[in-house]
Ligand binder design. Sequence first.
Ligand SMILES: [Fe+2]
Length: 159
Amino acid sequence: MDRLGLDPGKETPGRKVVRHAGQSLVRTIQMAKQSGIPGAAQLVAAECIVMAETKDHANRELIGQLSKEMTGERAEALREAYDQAEEQEDRHLYHTMGWARELWLDFLGLPAVLPRPEEEQEVTTMKEAAEAKESRGKRAGKGRTGTKSRGARQRKSAA
Ligand SMILES: [Fe+2]
């Protein structure tokens, strides 16, 4: 922000929108927790994180595009930020997507693979994420959850 000549402490309309969206995600998780449905808070939290990470991923792409259109020190600052965040942002998105997918399968009473394949395969690219997702079919039902999912067991015992 300093290298771009921007004040990181300045309150802007865009920051207010982002703050509101973030607080809404937290409120969404709280609502799921208050529902009392076993596993719901974790499932909704995973979905909220996927939404946030999707926006992180998109923002990073925008920073990369912007850096190509600019010149000089500001372009260099953006390019460095873009490169610096590549692996971590890709990892955040693909891992949370995998986590949400397996939690949903578990919640629906279907065989889930936990820990998720993305974690065990150290996924950092979209291609690796697709391969991890593909590999889960071979492992589904053989993992920690066995033939009956944890979510299904919890819901049955809560009923
Ligand atoms: Fe992220």
